[in-house]
Design a protein around this ligand. Structure first.
Ligand SMILES: [Zn+2]
Length: 469
């Protein structure tokens, strides 16, 4: 297994850090010095190239432009994007070949990571793989990390057999000077072994899903362990919750959370000042106002993947936009909060959709983690993992937190459990809604989460961004 991981690691390193990598990394570092207007120019220039190639080599876009009686030259700037329809995963599913360029001979295949429906195949070219890796390392440089720093990864990788009961619960991958740790063995019984290994490995970076990193930090808090002091803690792929931040930063180090998706149409990243930046040289993001005040839908356009360009792709994720600038001086606009996926919202009997629900688990003593499952419009099942000291008073704090946000009209069933199941990719889901499969997804079209009519273009929403440079 270790030999396989090392061979795979070296092969990936050759691919990702190819001849293009260092040039792209330098370009990305230079982009941090650009003004907001220069970044818009950069996006427009890449957009024109993307649209031209898409029309020339991608069957779906050739047909779409022809049907709309548009030429690629009609899309000169971001504002022109509104001439094209918004599309989503369901448009691609089963028709992937239509979205793939016939001019890119070698493509790397991945799949979407969604938990609902059949995964969609996605394709990337060699440039995109190097670009993505360069983005990854620029992000790490924001945490003062360098290319040679040893790192610990605590994501959803299957590293050792599920039934393993003694260490090592990790594998060292020499190609990347990286310790891959299993998140499936993070229990009170085994965490002491993890902590011993982490103290000896002496890594400056730890990266993983927030729930896994928090599990480790929460154990340290409950058992009064000494902090580990990483230079940077990188988290992604799940919504980072306020109560998780507090404990992680106290026991492990400063958090640099980032947001992305397999489709690679939008990227937001925390800088050293804790602000979440819309990374403008990665893609174009349209922030489309919804009927809920201050809440915007994230629709993205790839700028660096000729193999499968996605134009105006609806991520089904939501964000709140900030008016703040950041002392770091980068002109990338600051966004406030990634509210999470449409499917993560809780619907209430009075017709509201409530997001950011993870906050209900804040300040609940002796709670390790919790998940909210909605099977009916008027009832929720809340699964919780607790320490043995969890009391009825603690349960009442949780109940009060939920009622404050969702009203008194819902039945709330709190159930203790030994562990909350993860998805196939090892991700923790804060909420699970079974309403769509029961009642159909159409209801969302009429909800406050839908995009405002006649207001769905870039200019309206991004007029708020003036940039800090
Ligand atoms: Zn900043």
């Amino acid at each position: 297994m270790t030999l396989f991981l090392n061979l795979k690691g070296y092969a990936q390193k050759i691919l990702r850090r190819g001849s293009l990598f260092y040039n792209i990394l330098q370009e990305l570092k230079n982009n941090e010095q650009l003004s907001y207007e220069q970044l818009i120019n950069y996006q427009n220039q890449k957009l024109r190239l993307t649209v031209k190639k898409a029309y020339q080599t991608v069957p779906y876009y050739r047909q779409l432009f022809d049907e709309l009686k548009l030429t690629p030259e009609a899309i000169k700037t971001i504002d022109d994007l509104q001439l094209l329809p918004i599309m989503s995963k369901s448009d691609i599913r089963g028709k992937e070949k239509q979205f793939v360029s016939n001019a890119v001979p070698w493509k790397y295949k991945t799949t979407t990571s969604g938990t609902t429906g059949t995964p969609v195949n996605l394709f990337r070219d060699y440039y995109n793989i190097n670009f993505e890796h360069a983005t990854f390392w620029r992000r790490r440089s924001w945490g003062k990390c360098s290319l040679d720093d040893p790192m610990v990864i605590l994501k959803g990788d299957i590293i050792i057999p599920a039934n393993a009961t003694k260490p090592p619960f990790w594998k060292y991958v020499s190609s990347d000077n990286m310790l891959l740790m299993s998140s499936y063995h993070l229990s009170d019984r085994f965490i002491p072994y993890y902590l011993d290994k982490l103290r000896n490995f002496n890594s400056s970076i730890i990266e993983g899903f927030p729930s896994n990193i928090y599990r480790l930090a929460r154990y340290m808090q409950l058992h009064q362990e000494l902090p580990l002091n990483f230079k940077a803690v990188f988290t992604s792929s799940e919504t980072l919750l306020p109560h998780q931040c507090q404990v992680i930063e106290e026991y492990l180090g400063q958090i640099f959370d980032y947001y992305g998706q397999s489709e690679r149409v939008a990227h937001f990243s925390h800088c050293e000042h804790g602000n979440n930046h819309y990374v403008m040289d990665y893609s174009i993001v349209e922030f489309l106002p919804t009927k809920s005040s201050g809440l915007y839908k994230i629709v993205g356009t790839t700028l660096h993947n000729a193999a499968m360009p996605l134009i105006r792709y609806d991520t089904k994720d939501f964000v709140r936009i900030s008016h703040r600038s950041c002392p770091c001086g980068r002109a990338f606009p600051v966004v406030d909060l990634i509210e999470g996926r449409q499917e993560d919202y809780i619907a209430t009997p009075c017709g509201k959709f409530v997001g950011g629900i993870g906050i209900v688990f804040t300040n609940v003593p002796n709670l390790i983690e919790g998940q909210i499952i909605q099977e009916e419009i008027d009832s929720l099942r809340v699964l919780i993992v607790t320490t043995e000291n969890f009391t009825d008073d603690d349960r009442n704090v949780l109940l009060k937190n939920i009622r404050e946000r969702l009203g008194a009209n819902m039945e709330i069933i709190i159930q203790k459990t030994a562990a909350i199941p993860r998805t196939k990719r090892g991700k923790f889901k804060l909420t699970l809604s079974k309403l769509n499969s029961k009642y159909g997804a159409q209801r969302e079209l009429y909800s406050e989460l839908s995009i405002q009519e006649n207001n769905n273009h870039y200019g309206n929403s991004t007029a708020q961004f003036t940039g800090s440079r």
